[in-house]
Design a protein around this ligand. Structure first.
Ligand code: ADP
Ligand code: ADP
Ligand code: ADP
Length: 213
C-alpha cells in the first residue's frame, strides 16, 4: 500500500507510523526526520533547511520534493510506503502525483489525523523521542520507565529543538494555511479516511486498521 499521513504537529503520526510500518511491511518516509538528519550532518541540504525549520516554517518545495523523489525510487520502497509529513503543500502533492504516474502507481489512502489545536501544545511540549526507532514518549501520557531513556534499547531520548509553545504556533499556522488545502486535494480524489486523533493511541491504531482493511 501507498499511504500518506496528514495531521498537525503532535497529532500522532510518528507514534502510529512504526505500528503501520510493521503490520504492512512498508517503508517509512518522514521528511521531518530526513531533514533533521541532514541538519545534524550539516549536508548542503541541511544547511539550506535549518533556518526555516528552527522558525517552524516549511522548507522550500524543491528541497523536499527532491528527497522524496530519490527515496521512493529505492528498491525497498517498491512494495509500498508511508509518507509521514509529505506532501505539506498542494505543489508537493502535484509533484508527487507526477512521480507516481511515471512509476505507474498511485496513492491508495490518505489518513487524516483530525484533532483540535487546543490539545497539541501539551502533546508537543511533553514529547520525547528515540530517533533510531522512531518510538515516542510523553512525560504525562506515555512516560519512559527511566526519565530520558528508551525502554527497549536503554539509549537516550531527545527533545526536539522546535517542540516549544512558541515555535508550535508557527508550525500550526503553516499547517492551516499550507497543508489543510492538501486534504481537500485528496478529498476530491476520494481517498481520505478521517481519524479521531484525540483518542488514546490504541483506539487510533484500530481506526487505522479498519480504514486499511
Ligand atoms: P506527530 O508525529 O504527528 O508530530 P507524535 O506521534 O510524535 O506526533 O505525538 C506527539 C506526542 O504526543 C508524543 O509525545 C506522543 O507520545 C503523544 N501522543 C501521540 N499520540 C497520542 C494519543 N493518541 N494520545 C495522547 N498522546 C499521544
Ligand atoms: P511535525 O512533528 O511537526 O509534524 P516534522 O518532523 O514533520 O514535524 O517536520 C519538522 C519541520 O521540518 C517542519 O516544521 C518543516 O520546517 C520541515 N518539513 C518537514 N516536512 C516538510 C515538507 N514536506 N515540506 C516542507 N517542510 C517540511
Ligand atoms: P499496555 O500497558 O496496555 O500495553 P501501553 O503501555 O501501550 O498499554 O500504554 C499505556 C497507556 O499509555 C495507554 O492508555 C495508552 O493509550 C497510552 N500510550 C501508549 N503509548 C503512548 C504514546 N506514544 N503517547 C501517548 N500515550 C500513549
Amino acid at each position: 500500500k501507498r499511504l500518506i499521513l496528514i495531521g498537525p504537529p503532535g497529532s500522532g503520526k510518528g507514534t502510529q507510523s512504526p505500528i503501520i510500518k510493521d503490520e504492512y511491511c512498508l517503508c517509512h518516509l518522514a521528511t521531518g526526520d530526513m531533514l533533521r538528519a541532514a541538519v545534524a550532518a550539516k549536508t548542503p541540504l541541511g544547511v539550506k533547511a535549518k533556518e526555516a525549520m528552527d522558525k517552524g516554517e516549511l522548507v522550500s518545495d524543491d528541497l523536499v520534493v527532491g528527497i522524496i523523489d530519490e527515496a521512493i525510487k529505492k528498491p525497498s520502497c517498491q512494495k509500498g510506503f508511508i509518507l509521514d509529513g509529505f506532501p505539506r503543500t498542494v505543489v508537493q502533492a502535484e509533484k508527487l502525483d507526477e512521480m507516481l504516474t511515471k512509476q505507474g502507481t498511485k496513492i491508495d489512502k490518505v489518513l487524516n489525523f483530525a484533532i483540535d489545536d487546543a490539545i497539541l501544545e501539551e502533546r508537543i511540549t511533553g514529547r520525547w523521542i528515540h530517533p533510531p526507532s522512531g518510538r515516542t514518549y510523553h512525560t504525562k501520557y506515555a512516560p519512559p520507565k527511566v526519565l530520558g531513556i528508551d525502554d527497549v534499547s536503554g539509549e537516550p531520548l531527545i527533545q526536539r529543538k522546535d517542540d516549544t509553545a512558541e515555535v508550535l504556533k508557527s508550525r500550526l499556522e503553516a499547517f492551516h494555511r499550507q497543508t489543510e488545502p492538501v486534504i481537500d486535494y485528496y478529498n476530491k480524489k476520494g481517498v481520505v479516511s478521517q481519524l479521531h486523533a484525540e483518542k488514546p493511541p490504541k483506539e487510533v491504531t484500530s481506526e487505522i486498521q479498519k480504514s486499511l482493511s
